[in-house]
Ligand binder design. Structure first.
Ligand SMILES: Nc1ncnc2c1ncn2[C@@H]1O[C@H](COP(=O)(O)OP(=O)(O)OP(=O)(O)O)[C@@H](O)[C@H]1O
Length: 242
């Protein structure tokens, strides 16, 4: 039997006033694939991700996570989904452990379940040394790991991560990349990034968005297949308005 797609976008459009931020975006991601979302600033990556999570409604089109419509059945779809927003909101006075407890209770997890998952994500995201410190006192890299732990708490099969390495130093970037690679062994992932060098080591596939449209869909190697560097291909894909 064919692997069912875990993420599906069908003819997604999003208009803000008279501005079209996402234009007819269609793709599916099979189980276990790690996809990098590339594109210049303002291309529509975040908007597309927010449409996929059900946080905003499309002007037209449909998105599904694990086969579930994110608009008509948002809560059920959210059970399969972990979302890491860019600069995700964190309650900075709370410790990572408090935050995980709070989010776990909001999700209706039992004490035993929560304890179990708490230990798992604290280990997975290498938070044990800081789990009882106020989140506001942590470095940006650790804050990002806390946000990641929150997204992973309910052990979702699908992860959508918006620029998880932005603003981190090279060591922190390496740590987050390693974590994404590990997660990619068991989960279906979309991760947006501006860092071209990070695409090949983490992703099986690139979806490139420009002016709200999908302008490239293929493996990272195909970005450089015509003898261009990643940077040259990026430039070429964005040289013309769509
Ligand atoms: N709520 C909104 N109201 C009006 N315009 C918006 C809104 N959200 C996004 N936009 C616009 O839609 C376009 C796409 O934005 P989006 O954040 O999706 O791009 P992006 O590819 O994620 O960019 P970046 O890489 O800078 O994060 C931008 O021009 C942005 O200003």
């Amino acid at each position: 039997m064919a692997t069912p797609p875990m993420i599906e976008a069908f003819g997604l459009w999003k208009q803000f006033g008279s501005f079209l931020a996402v234009r007819d975006v269609t793709f599916t991601v099979p189980k276990g694939q790690v996809v990098a979302f590339l594109g210049p600033n303002g291309a529509g990556k975040t908007t597309t991700m927010r449409l996929l999570t059900g946080f905003i409604a499309p002007t037209k089109g449909q998105a599904r996570i694990a086969g579930i419509d994110v608009q008509t059945n948002r809560i059920e779809a959210a059970e399969h989904l972990g979302y890491l927003p860019e600069n995700g909101p964190l309650y900075l006075d709370m410790t990572p452990r408090d935050l995980l407890t709070f989010f776990g209770s909001v999700r209706g997890m039992s004490r035993a379940q929560l304890q179990d998952r708490m230990e798992a994500v604290v280990t997975q995201c290498a938070l044990s040394q800081v789990a009882d410190k106020p989140t506001g006192k942590l470095s940006k890299g650790y804050k990002q790991r806390v946000a990641m732990a929150l997204a992973l708490l309910h052990d979702p099969e699908v992860l959508i991560m918006d620029e998880p390495t932005s603003g981190l130093d090279p060591n922190q970037i390496q740590g987050v990349r390693k974590l994404i690679r590990e997660l990619g062994q068991t989960k279906t992932i979309i991760v947006s990034t501006h860092i071209l060098q990070e695409v090949a080591p983490i992703a099986h596939r690139v979806l490139f968005i420009h002016d709200g449209k999908l302008v490239f869909d293929g493996p990272p190697e195909a970005m450089t297949a015509d003898g261009l560097t990643m940077e040259e291909k990026f430039h070429r894909l964005t040289a013309q308005p769509v």
